[in-house]
Design a protein around this ligand. Sequence first.
Ligand SMILES: [Zn+2]
Length: 160
Amino acid sequence: MFNIIRHNPILREVDCQETVRCLTMENYEKLLDNAYKNLKQTDSSSGRFEIPQIKGHHEGKKTILTNFFQIASHIRRNPEHFQKFILKELAASGHQDKDRLVLNIKVPSEKINQKIKQYVKEFVLCKECQKPDTELKKQGRLTFLHCLACGAKHPVRAKI
Ligand SMILES: [Zn+2]
């Protein structure tokens, strides 16, 4: 990087006898370096699909989840499918109460987050490119996860 800049005819006029300028050049390089690093960091973080954390509280022996259906729409999956999976995985029964999901048992949020992550991995993220731009498609008795980003198609559990 440094050499390329030094050999650039325009930049060669930068007078290296002038300490100030050399420092500036060095700083400029560092700046570029940092800018590049920052750029890379932003790229990788924006490329990763963020799963929202579950929000809720306990009411006696029940667990009230307040953003469950928001998460369903965020991951663009059928709320009933999502709910069925989570209830089964948690071995809980539950029902929808307006925009909340009420579970009949007390479950720690970490456990719910873990199950949501599992659902996303199995029914949302493309197995090839890891992107969330997918849809579930039924074909006969089989269900496929079809990726809109790369076109990959993978069978998933039809029954949950
Ligand atoms: Zn894909």
